[in-house]
Design a protein around this ligand. Structure first.
Ligand code: C5P
Length: 270
């Protein structure tokens, strides 16, 4: 049996540049992997099986893990069955990329399990067919992502930070948040300029935050309560509904988790 960690991500900044003819949005975002991790166990078997510690996670063909298995099979023309167990720790519909990370981890694991030696660059390209956020997980763990998110430029690690992930009770659907975006109201920041000055002068912003507040107005209240409890900076991750926070609150806050940035070194997984 092979076991791999599958990390969550946050978007330190997320700029939406416009809507494309294919319905996706052109974005520019600084992605960072964090130490909030699912754990996946893989073994070859006589029949396919996916089990999960969380009964709310669908284990049928709709799970991106199966889509990753089918993609790997069609790309390699290999015939096999696999048994997968998912220890779910990353909340769903949270903007933390949990499903995308599980799919990336599955491609990585199958490449080892089947001894196929497919280059990481190729796995990363395949990953784009599974979802916009999936290729990021083949980066160094810190990456500037453009296009619909699938064009990934790995970066050197940023200075380590204590991050708190705060998870509200309600999740958010990514397409719904995008559909409530008002492009005309977004500040016209130049993402490359923000990136180049990020180490000396980090700017944390998320062009999807207002759209998420339109879908779920309670989220704005939740953000302000986190700020009033002592965090210095609170920002929606991806399309939400979770927030990442810097600073230390005066008292412990429920439904939060303290994590660090994590990296991937070449040839190994997280
Ligand atoms: O690529 P993925 O399947 O994760 O995208 C889910 C949905 O999120 C898309 O169908 C689209 O509605 C929205 N999306 C978008 N622009 C992006 C990424 C996602 O509009 N760059």
């Amino acid at each position: 049996m092979l076991t791999f960690h599958s990390p969550a991500k946050i978007n330190l900044f997320l700029r939406i540049l416009g809507k494309r003819p294919d319905g996706y949005h052109e974005l520019a975002s600084l992605f960072q992997a964090i130490g909030l991790m699912d754990v996946l166990h893989f073994s070859l078997a006589d029949e396919d099986q996916l089990t999960c510690t969380d009964p709310l996670v669908p284990t049928d063909h709709s799970n991106l893990i199966w889509k990753a298995v089918r993609l790997f099979q069609s790309k390699t023309s290999l015939v096999f069955h696999v048994k997968i167990h998912l220890e779910k720790n990353i909340p769903m519909q949270a903007g933390l990329g949990g499903g995308s990370s599980n799919a990336a981890t599955t491609l990585w694991a199958l490449n080892i399990l089947l001894k196929t030696r497919i280059p990481t660059e190729t796995l990363m390209q395949w990953a784009g067919q599974l979802g916009s956020d999936v290729p990021f997980f083949f980066s160094s763990g810190t990456a500037y992502c453009t296009g619909r998110g699938e064009i990934v430029q790995s970066l050197a690690p940023l200075s380590q930070r204590n991050v708190t992930i705060a998870v509200p009770s309600q999740g958010l659907s990514t397409p719904l948040v995008y559909s409530r975006l008002d492009l005309s109201t977004l500040p016209q920041r130049d993402p490359l300029n923000v990136l180049h000055h990020f180490k000396a002068n980090p700017q944390y912003f998320n062009d999807l935050e207002e759209a998420a507040f339109r879908v779920l107005p309670e989220l704005s209240v939740y953000k302000h309560s986190l700020l009033s409890q002592g965090f210095e900076m609170v920002l929606l991750s991806g399309s939400g509904s979770s927030f990442f926070c810097f600073g230390s609150p005066s008292l412990p806050i429920k439904n939060t988790k303290a994590v660090h940035f994590v990296q991937r070194t070449e040839g190994t997984w997280y």
